[in-house]
Design a protein around this ligand. Structure first.
Ligand SMILES: Cc1cc2nc3c(=O)[nH]c(=O)nc-3n(C[C@H](O)[C@H](O)[C@H](O)COP(=O)(O)OP(=O)(O)OC[C@H]3O[C@@H](n4cnc5c(N)ncnc54)[C@H](O)[C@@H]3O)c2cc1C
Length: 131
């Protein structure tokens, strides 16, 4: 299954932000527009693709600790609506976001850390933002 961004959100070719008398118009490269897919759209699509590829989805499960065999991580314990559940695995992947529980529990060191520029996130009145 293929996810086509253009199927779930229209391409964004430019962004114009106007605040009081200041206005910024930023155009994307003609061949590379931006796609702002909502998580409420993207996440179910990713779930569908993963499940079609054979993944088993366990919603409402929060990893709370790792299972170890000596120094090797061999599984996780997750808190489910019905209590703790233990999962054994050949490989445990910590894909749990920027405040990763797996990273904290395994004590991995940061790598490829960059200190990029800061960005802002805000909501503007529609008439001002779109002109
Ligand atoms: C307000 C905001 C706006 C952003 N806008 C953009 C943007 O426009 N463009 C862009 O490229 N990036 C944007 N980002 C950054 C982008 O969201 C992240 O870089 C990206 O989501 C990171 O993906 P990830 O899969 O590593 O983590 P996440 O998307 O955070 O996914 C981690 C998943 O792990 C789950 N999880 C966490 N802890 C546990 C646990 N203990 N047990 C089980 N599951 C767990 C979470 O529920 C979540 O589903 C934005 C971020 C924010 C906060």
């Amino acid at each position: 299954m293929e996810i086509g961004c253009a199927l779930v959100t229209p391409p964004t070719r430019a962004i114009r932000v106007a605040l009081d008398s200041a206005e910024v118009l930023s155009r994307y490269h003609e061949q590379r527009p931006a796609y702002c897919v909502r998580r409420s759209t993207l996440d179910p699509l990713l779930q569908e693709v993963a499940q079609a590829a054979g993944a088993e989805l366990r919603d409402q499960h929060r990893v709370v600790s790792v299972v170890r065999d000596a120094e090797r991580v061999t599984g996780v314990i997750a808190q489910s609506p019905n209590g703790p559940v233990r999962f054994e695995a050949d490989l445990v992947v910590g894909a749990d976001g920027p405040h990763s529980t797996i990273a904290r529990l395994t004590g991995v060191e940061d790598y490829l850390v960059t200190h990029g520029s800061r960005g802002g996130y805000g909501v503007l009145p529609r008439a001002r933002a779109l002109g």
